[in-house]
Design a protein around this ligand. Structure first.
Ligand SMILES: [Zn+2]
Ligand SMILES: [Zn+2]
Length: 144
């Protein structure tokens, strides 16, 4: 099925295929920007976010997004409060959560899932029980 959306960057309508809602042209541009950032960081190791942003004329938000997506990593963490864990606010180098929260979230998801399964199990048992009771009642009536 066709999923047509407006590009988040240029507003153009395009055929959405998944991932960020960005049209192919903007996606290509973004990839170019990413390669430029990568190259710049390779040539200027430890460059600050603002430095990269002004030198390459790429928005800080864009670079942050690369970081959030885990495509870039902050090389030095001293005074580099660029990215915070979305859960606890601790300074992180890449991705969305600090390693601790990532671990907690992963196990949290797991226990939530097993809790859900437990609920389902207990529900189906009680449903079975009520079905059985009804059946017995019928038998009782029939025998009467
Ligand atoms: Zn676009
Ligand atoms: Zn955290």
């Amino acid at each position: 099925m066709l999923d047509v959306r407006n590009c988040r960057k240029c507003g153009k309508i395009f055929n959405y295929i998944g991932g960020a809602p960005i049209c192919p042209a903007c996606r290509e541009k973004e990839e170019e920007d990413f390669q430029r950032v990568k190259k710049y960081l390779y040539e200027n190791p430890g460059a600050s976010l603002t430095q990269v942003s002004t030198e390459l004329e790429i928005s800080v938000e864009m670079i942050k997004r690369f970081l959030r997506e885990g495509r870039l990593e902050i090389a030095n963490d001293e005074g580099n409060l660029v990215l915070e864990c979305e859960n606890c606010g601790r300074s992180i180098k890449t991705g969305r959560f600090c390693p601790d929260c990532e671990r907690n979230l992963a196990s949290g998801f797991k226990s939530a899932a097993s809790q859900m399964k437990l609920d389902l199990d207990s529900r189906s048992t009680s449903e079975r029980k009520s079905l059985g009771l009804r059946y017995l009642n019928k038998e009782y009536e029939k025998g009467k």
